[in-house]
Design a binder for this molecule. Structure first.
Ligand code: PNS
Length: 160
């Protein structure tokens, strides 16, 4: 059984994340979408909200588990029996950070392979940071977040 972890902050989930999830699920039998629980980082949405939104989005996909984790990603990946870590890369600007993280994770757990996937061009400029900024100022989130969650994310950000 091929299992991959797709880890991230998902604060909130964007169309870029959704694009990567749909590509990753074709490659493996089981995909674990894992929200990092990082108490030292301030976030717009609580971990519970982020997990709930991803579960809502993925409710018709039995091969995908949504959960949260804390501690080292490689430890969590091993606990899930995963062989792969999936990360999305949008532009060269993502590369240095992703490259460092992939090589460090490889040092920590050589048996885990990091797989980089690219979203569609139109999703490659989408980031959670921009969604938060635009949403907080009441801007249009069409083409930035998945349609089933758009109203929920927009309302929540407007109130923040
Ligand atoms: O969506 P993000 O914020 O870019 O995701 C970053 C994430 C969650 C993948 C990364 O911060 C992570 O794996 N954190 C867990 C702690 C860890 O394993 N750190 C060592 C990484 S080399």
């Amino acid at each position: 059984m091929r299992t991959a972890i797709y880890p991230g902050s998902f604060d909130p989930v964007t169309l870029g994340h959704w694009d990567i999830i749909q590509r990753a699920e074709k490659l493996v039998d089981h995909l674990v979408v894992a929200v990092l629980h990082n108490p030292s980082k301030t976030s717009a949405f609580s971990v519970e909200e982020r997990v709930a939104m991803l579960r809502e989005l993925l409710k018709d996909r039995p091969g995908i588990l949504v959960t949260s984790f804390n501690g080292l990603l490689v430890d969590f990946a091993k606990s899930q029996g995963a062989q792969f870590i999936v990360r999305g890369v949008r532009a060269f600007s993502d590369f240095e950070y992703e490259f460092q993280m992939a090589l460090m994770n490889r040092k920590l757990a050589p048996e885990l392979e990091t797989v980089f996937l690219m979203p569609k061009e139109k999703n490659s400029v989408v980031s959670s940071r921009l969604v938060r900024e635009i949403g907080t100022m009441g801007g249009n989130l069409t083409e930035l977040v998945p349609e089933p969650l758009r109203a929920r994310i927009a309302e929540r950000l407007r109130k923040s």
